[in-house]
Design a protein around this ligand. Sequence first.
Ligand code: F6R
Ligand code: MG
Ligand code: MG
Length: 368
Amino acid sequence: MKTTLSIIKADVGGFPGHASVHPELVKKAREELEIAKKREDIKDYYVAHCGDDLDLIMTHTKGVDNETVHKLAWDTFVACTNVAKKMKLYGAGQDLLSDTFSGNVKGMGPGSAEIEFEERKSEPVICFLMDKTEPGAFNLPVFKMFGDPFSTAGLVIDETMHAGFSFEVYDTKENKKVVMNTPEETYDLLALIGGKSRYVIKRVYPRGGKVSSDEAVACVSTDKLSKIAGKYVGKDDPVAMVRCQSGLPAVGEALEPWSFPHLVSGWMRGSHNGPLMPCAMDDAVPSRFDGPPRVVALGFQVADGMLGMPLDFFKDKAFDRTRRESLAVADYIRRHGPFEPHRLPLEEMEYTTMPKVLQKLKDRFEPA
Ligand code: F6R
Ligand code: MG
Ligand code: MG
């Protein structure tokens, strides 16, 4: 029996503002998922959070895009929204873009990343949760894990990784996808995914080794909230999972790329570039300028469909220096105020007064 790992996430109310998830929401989500576990709709769950996003990590045997599981997540978010509304939490229910559930959370506001796999003898998985940024924030670290021999030693010295990996890349503008193979197509792949606001890594597949080449070993949520809603409703705040070890990146190779606090878009009003700061789940409370953007990494040893308890990886002091560096970068880039490249290019900004400003100046513009 194959195991499915699903992370379904939504922001259903912030505490205070867009800073964190109130403990009452976490409690409510746990209650709902506990009932579902007893009903055997899911095998196991862990309720996590990053900034103002509530992340439901669930295991089951129903496969990806399963209606029961998606409805469970939806109903859980609705139940949490009701709590959030009572408490007047900020933006209560903001990611639930419809009044009724229609089979799958895709296109309805919440984000999802799911993989189905044959459990190996031992199955270490890391769930990555982000806040105040977009799916393209995963491009650089996921590429490094599976495609950069200077980051992942196994690509060079582990025979079972030598064949490389296949990257499924989504063109979020044209709604198309392409599969590209590394190492031979590395430069072409980077040409695409370097444009992270449009091209995003969706899944990674192995090309040799012990895991079947049709089983995804990494998956990123790529739902574009702004497109779905047709207006700004917040950055996507993506999640992802990565399977590790035995022919896949070692746990430490899946964590190594995060030692670089790379610049991602999001942060204040979803309209600024800033450094991605890895931190412990309880430290993922974006404060300064609503940030800087955060990433949390929870490690699990999946066993017979059970998640067990997580290890909160970025608690480790080994990431202290990255955090300090990200704060130095935050100081530097903040000094640009409203200027690019701190502020996003016009077409990528989630908030803009530009049409109104141009309208006001319409009659005052003259040939230069
Ligand atoms: C970014 C984010 C926040 C808000 C900001 C303004 O993703 O959620 O930075 O954009 O706090 O929020 P409103 O417009 O709700 O006052
Ligand atoms: Mg929010
Ligand atoms: Mg958020």
